[in-house]
Design a protein around this ligand. Structure first.
Ligand SMILES: NC(=O)c1ccc[n+]([C@@H]2O[C@H](COP(=O)([O-])OP(=O)(O)OC[C@H]3O[C@@H](n4cnc5c(N)ncnc54)[C@H](OP(=O)(O)O)[C@@H]3O)[C@@H](O)[C@H]2O)c1
Length: 262
């Protein structure tokens, strides 16, 4: 694979740094360009990739489209015609929209990453355009998988993904802040309370992913009869915490559809 990065901002840099670090693609096979050339120069220096003046100067058979959605149309129009794959991370742009704007012969894959990809802990989904092959899907999995979890799903589920893993980090930030507030109320210093709350979320998430045990069973394991944890859970239930999360995800998914997602 020869990877051309269009837009060396936060997501473009994070994906390429992850891909190079994991060995998915050698730095020598990556080139990057940006509307602001200094950004592409910094990207080239930090990653070891090659700086390109423009999209047509990229040496690539696979393009990673990492511009903002409103900049994507101009970028796609500058891709040279011929056999190539475009992997787009631009939120909300459907495969049909992308396919209508790429030159003949160019296949597309659409991804929905999330911000924790910036620290190598992303949760992303991707879907294939009409002409994209199984090998193209493997390429997307390799790149996205280098900065976290990556799953292939039908495009009709991309709004649901946006509501869950796209918007989800913000829901969890609110939860961490609120748990820390509880810690402060119980007497902890703020800085320690935030660290303890965040590490607790990280640890609980790792327990779910690494043990494969259902979260309900993990909850049962730590709620001793008449104990502290069941007292806290009863309070969460009283305040409708489950229903609040269910409504948050489904409302965010609905909003994604309203904004013109899949
Ligand atoms: N950040 C995230 O965690 C996240 C999560 C989910 C999805 N996404 C998606 O990822 C995409 C990128 O987000 P980001 O946060 O990485 O944005 P960003 O940091 O602003 O990066 C976008 C970069 O693309 C450059 N660019 C614009 N038009 C170009 C063109 N024609 N040719 C080459 N480069 C061009 C921009 O240059 P200028 O600065 O000069 O405009 C900018 O440096 C967005 O579509 C977003 O929806 C991001």
């Amino acid at each position: 694979m020869k990877l051309g990065v269009i837009g060396c901002g936060k997501m473009g840099s994070a994906l390429v740094e992850g891909a190079i670090r994991s060995g998915a693609v050698p730095a020598a096979k990556v080139s990057g360009c940006d509307a602001y050339p200094e950004a592409a120069k910094t990207f080239a220096t930090t990653t070891g990739a090659t700086f390109a003046e423009s999209i047509s100067a990229l040496n690539a058979d696979t393009y990673l489209l990492c511009t903002k959605p409103n900049q994507a149309e101009a970028a796609l129009g500058a891709i040279p015609a011929g056999e190539a794959l475009v992997i787009s991370v631009a939120a909300g742009l459907s495969t049909a929209w992308l396919e209508a704007r790429v030159p003949a012969g160019v296949r597309v894959i659409r991804c929905m990453p999330n911000t924790p990809a910036l620290v190598g802990k992303g949760a992303a989904a991707y879907c294939r355009g009409k002409a994209a092959t199984a090998a193209d899907a493997e390429t997307a999995k390799l790149l996205l998988g280098s900065v976290g979890l990556a799953v292939e799903l039908p495009e009709s589920l991309m709004d649901a993904v946006t509501g869950l893993s796209g918007s989800g980090p913000a829901f969890v930030y609110v939860m961490i802040e609120a748990m820390a507030d509880g810690g402060v109320r119980a007497g902890l210093p703020r800085a320690e309370a935030i660290k303890l709350a965040a590490q607790t979320v990280l640890g609980a998430a790792a327990m779910v992913l690494e043990t494969g045990i259902h979260p309900g069973a993990l909850k049962d394991q730590v709620t001793s009869p008449g104990g502290t944890t069941i007292a806290g859970i009863a309070e969460l239930e009283k305040h409708g915490m489950r229903s609040a999360f269910i409504e948050a995800v489904t409302t965010a998914a609905r909003r994604s559809a309203e904004l013109g997602g899949s």
